[in-house]
Ligand binder design. Structure first.
Ligand code: LMR
Length: 396
């Protein structure tokens, strides 16, 4: 029965990670997967997470099941982070949130809910987008279409193509939007462009589906939510998949959330009950630890402040690495103009390096970046940047 099964292709991001681990060259550098490293090349546990865990160890009395929706205090805290302290959607009870196993789990639960309970069958994603989006949505049974996003010539946003392509979308179609720190390009919309997208969704009755995995890595926790808040103020129905892998450094705890906003509280409550059924059929109910860490931190003023400081440190270090990367490339005499990298937001840089250059970097220099030319700037350090830039100079 199993004999006909063929070997699957390696995952473009996590498969690269495996190849990196298996590489025995001492000088190897991993700029593939989006994981934050400090300047010593480590992915540390945030101090505030350690403090919250110590607190939990003391007060936790039971490992009894959570409800299907997860830790309720966590779910409330998520809504405040997404929509702000005094958000209307929260006061009107139009938003419902369930805990999810990471951003990927939230995307999966959200799209499965859409497929089972609505007529929507199509989701529009940016070209390019995170390599796993297509995989998640087609596995569930949605048709994936793409809208233009990136202008190769300017290394900037192609907003005209974005709008032109969405003209072909039909009422009820989903539009996947990266809340901030677009993965892989690092190019975000400004407030005016968010307003235009909100108007377009409203006019054409499209459902915004936010993938919001990097809150706090662009301009700050509140500023990064601006696009979502602009859209939520105009569009009555939307979905948000958010993740705490990056901004709390909780990668292996798999902690994220799915939030649905409906036009009124009754519709929200019915949707919530059906989302819980989807979860029950997938994994019954979620694990507790990651959600308890996040809610412990967010509900304590002192811990919350410490989290914001540690998050700011990560954000600032990445911005410094962008500057240093561009300067060092110039110092190495690289002719290609890479100054656009300084404008990009978040962990990634869409470098413009082509697939041959990416392969050469890996084969000759043990430098791992994603095939699309996406570089994880969060993996750069003051000591590996000279090595990386010398290698790029040689593959020019
Ligand atoms: C990435 O894009 O590198 C991260 O979101 C990790 C992943 O799961 O792909």
């Amino acid at each position: 029965i199993f004999t006909h099964i063929e070997q699957a292709a390696a995952d473009p991001i996590l498969g690269l990670n495996d190849a990196f681990k298996a590489d025995t060259r001492k000088t190897k550098v991993n700029l593939g997967v989006g994981v934050y490293k400090d300047d010593a090349g480590q992915t540390p546990i945030l101090n505030v997470v350690k403090r919250a865990e110590a607190k939990l160890l003391e007060i936790e009395k039971s490992k009894n099941y959570l409800g299907i929706e997860g830790v309720q205090q966590f779910n409330h805290a998520v809504q405040t982070l997404l929509f702000g302290d005094n958000a209307e959607v929260i006061a009107q009870k139009r938003a419902v949130t369930v805990q999810a196993p990471g951003g990927t789990g939230a995307l999966r639960i959200g799209s499965e809910f859409i497929l089972r309970h609505t007529q929507s069958r199509t989701i529009w994603v940016s070209n390019p987008t995170w390599a796993n989006h297509q995989n998640i949505f087609t596995t569930v049974g949605l048709e994936v279409k793409t809208y233009g996003y990136y202008n190769e010539g300017t290394h900037g946003l192609d907003f005209d193509a974005f709008l032109a392509d969405l003209q072909h979308a039909n009422a009820g179609d989903l539009v996947l939007l990266h809340g901030c720190c677009h993965n892989p390009t690092g190019i975000d919309l400004d407030d005016e462009q968010w307003q235009i997208i909100a108007d377009l969704c409203l006019e054409k009755e499209l459902i915004p589906f936010f993938d919001f995995a990097y809150q706090g890595f662009g301009r700050g926790i509140e500023d990064d939510a601006q696009g979502l808040r602009i859209v939520a103020a105009k569009v009555p129905e939307l979905i948000v998949a958010n993740s705490f892998s990056k901004n709390f450094g909780l990668y292996n705890e798999r902690i994220g959330a799915l939030t649905l906003v409906a036009e009124n509280s009754d519709v929200a409550a019915c949707s919530y009950s059906q989302i819980k059924r989807v979860i029950r059929a997938n994994y019954s109910n979620p694990p507790a630890h990651g959600a308890l860490i996040v809610s412990t931190i967010l509900s304590d003023a002192e811990l919350n402040l410490q989290w914001q400081q540690e998050l700011a440190e990560m954000r600032i270090r990445i911005a410094q690495m962008r500057e240093l990367f561009v300067e060092t490339l110039m110092a190495e005499g690289v002719k290609q103009d890479f100054s656009f990298i300084k404008q990009q937001m978040g962990m990634f840089s869409f470098s413009g390096l082509n697939i041959e250059q990416v392969q050469q970097l890996r084969e000759q220099f043990a430098i791992y970046i994603v095939g699309s030319g996406r570089i994880s700037v969060a993996g750069m350090t003051t000591s590996n940047i000279p090595v990386i830039c010398k290698a790029i100079a040689q593959v020019q």
